[in-house]
Design a protein around this ligand. Structure first.
Ligand code: MN
Ligand code: MN
Length: 271
């Protein structure tokens, strides 16, 4: 198959790391379960655009990045993803808690000046610090914005913002679309886009396998529509905060598998 761009491959990389969770651990068990949902014989590997991922050589599961030293985690994640990008591989990261997004985006921002982030989440994750931990999963977008790594941060699905969160969003110029105001229909970016998908953007009725239940969320179809229709080039993504210890009958595992399928299909099309 002829490739549209110089992208060598899209690498699916698990990062079973949840040491920066603030409320409940368990997200470290997610990569294995996301793969099970993705590969489940209950479904198949055809994305909704017709692309059969089982037949595509444009993506590859490269396994997990095992983190031994919690304190070195952010550095290890950054250098690993940086290495993949230097080989022109794009990455879909399977978390893990949301703290892993900061080092991944740091690597992406180096490669793609002018990068934008499309961030789907119930929470803006803009805390300056949480429980004395500036690397908490509640903080990655504060770290990203204070380092001026991206040109735009667009957040959708948001329905739990503190006063501090609003101040941080104002300070950093974050574009927050609160879910009470609906889902924007015309999401448009210039140039490369990184998608950060916190599973709690979904209503817990659709995805109960999360630590932080925040009712009133998006449907699976809402999120699929965003992934399939936003304007811009999708060059990287993460699926984070799936917590299998909270799941029922593997429903969230299947949801994550479906999202992974559609993200990979979109990235292959975007090149
Ligand atoms: Mn969240
Ligand atoms: Mn989050």
């Amino acid at each position: 198959m002829t490739k549209k761009t110089q992208t060598t491959s899209i690498n699916v990389l698990g990062i079973p790391f949840d040491d920066n969770s603030s409320f409940m651990f368990g997200a470290a068990q997610a990569p294995k379960l996301i793969r099970e949902g993705f590969q489940s014989h209950a479904s198949n590997l055809c994305a909704e655009n017709g692309l059969d991922l089982g037949e595509s050589s444009q993506w590859e599961d490269i396994g997990d990045l095992e983190i031994d030293d919690s304190y070195a985690a952010m550095k290890e994640i950054h250098s690993h993803v940086d290495g993949l990008l230097k080989q022109n591989n794009h990455t879909v990261v399977l978390g893990g808690d949301h703290s892993i997004t900061y080092p991944v985006v740091r690597a992406y921002a180096d490669k793609y000046p002018g990068l934008s982030i499309l961030h789907l989440d119930a929470h803006p994750d803009l805390y300056d610090s949480m429980d004395g931990n500036p690397q908490s999963h509640a903080c990655p977008f504060a770290r990203i914005m204070e380092k001026d790594l991206v040109s735009r941060l667009v957040q959708i699905g948001i329905r739990s913002v503190t006063g501090h969160g609003r101040e941080q969003a104002d300070k950093f110029g974050v574009e927050i679309f609160e879910l009470k105001d609906g889902i924007p229909q015309d999401i448009k970016f210039e140039g490369p886009v990184y998608l950060s998908l916190d599973i709690d953007c979904l209503d817990p009725a659709f995805a109960p396998g999360v630590a932080h239940y925040e009712p009133g969320g998006m449907s699976v179809r809402d999120v699929l529509t965003i992934i399939q229709t936003f304007k811009g080039q999708l060059v990287g993504a993460d699926i984070v905060e799936y917590n299998p210890t909270r799941d029922f009958n593997g429903i969230t595992s299947m949801v994550c598998g479906k999202l992974l399928k559609e993200i990979l299909a979109r990235m292959i099309i975007d090149g």
